[in-house]
Design a protein. Structure first.
Length: 317
């Protein structure tokens, strides 16, 4: 049975009221915070940007790389949607290998747009072109394929897997968030348009929440694991994407990558500031424009993914 969650009218009105509020800012990381629609607080900034990071291009032959996922054991997985391939890079030497080709059978992809490698034992891939989610083990043996046969209007564009095994899928066609259990059964469907969410740039999961980042409005919309809307948090202007790393929210910003300590974004620490050779999200250098599509983190570096390249930027020592 499919469950469509609809918010009370009063919650929707309060969300609309809150989204019209702005906070004056002289620093790119000052922001307004909304624990629930109608409440707010002013955070503080307590760090100085790092300026001596040096980028290193590890690979530059993608056709159109769209997402990156890094396992705790240090394997980087990347989807190349225009090549129908999944690339992997083993740390620390960044040994590269690839898997897959175009098609609709096992080990084939119509357009692999997003990957979530979880703890490295199960790898989830949103195969947008074939309207399915494919599940593989770390040797790329197929474990299962979620076909969404019971949903006629499906176009999986973003995915996020919680440690419990629950899978969250953003259906780009209907602008809905689909929650599935670890067996691929639909538990709930949430209509995101009811919360004035314009786009889903990225999905992330904390211990208690599902976070949907809307870049067009610079909001992180927060849901509980059952898909119930909690509230939203306004991000700093020019935030491009978000990640969860070691229980902290990480912001990909136009001038660097920052970590926060809570969903309130009250305290922010810069991990790297981009050197002059990188202009996010437009190009990596003036001679070869490369839009940045995603980013990931390890304990010692930030990995930027552009349409053609994988770039490593170490943290300040």
């Amino acid at each position: 049975m499919l469950i469509i969650l609809r918010p009370p009218l009063t919650i929707l009105i309060l969300v609309l009221i809150c989204s019209s509020k702005t906070v004056a800012s002289s620093h790119p990381l000052n922001t307004s915070v909304h624990e629930k629609p109608g409440t707010g607080a002013t955070p503080t900034t307590n760090a100085t940007p790092i300026t001596n990071a040096h980028p290193d291009t590890l690979y530059s032959q993608f056709l159109h790389a769209s997402s990156i996922s890094i396992t705790p054991l240090g394997t980087i997985y990347i989807t190349d949607q225009d090549a129908g391939k999944i690339h992997s890079f083993s740390l620390p030497d960044h040994t590269q290998s690839s898997f897959g080709n175009f098609g609709s059978g096992p080990g084939q992809f119509g357009s692999p747009v997003q990957i979530d490698a979880t703890n490295g034992l199960k790898i989830y891939i949103a195969d947008r072109g074939n309207r399915r989610i494919q599940l593989y083990d770390r040797t790329f043996q197929q474990l299962s394929s979620i076909q969404f046969e019971h949903l006629q209007d499906i176009l999986p564009a973003k995915i996020c897997v919680r440690p419990t095994g629950d899978l969250y899928v953003y259906n780009e066609r209907s602008h809905e968030l689909i929650q599935m259990d670890d067996r691929g059964h639909v538990r709930s469907i949430t209509d995101l348009s009811r919360y004035e969410i314009r786009e889903v740039t990225s999905i992330a999961s904390t211990k208690n929440e599902i976070l949907l980042f809307d870049r067009s409005q610079q909001f992180i919309h927060r849901f509980n694991p059952d898909g119930i809307y909690i509230g939203f948090t306004q991000t700093p202007e020019n935030t491009l994407s978000i990640r969860i790393f070691q229980n902290r929210i990480i912001l990909l910003h136009q001038d660097g990558v920052y970590e926060t300590t809570s969903t309130q974004l009250r305290s922010k620490t810069p991990l790297v500031s981009f050197p002059p050779s990188i202009s996010v999200p437009f190009r990596v250098d003036a001679s070869a424009p490369q839009p940045v599509t995603d980013f990931g983190l390890t304990s010692d570096a930030v990995y930027l993914l552009t349409t053609t390249s994988l770039i490593r930027i170490p943290y300040d020592s």
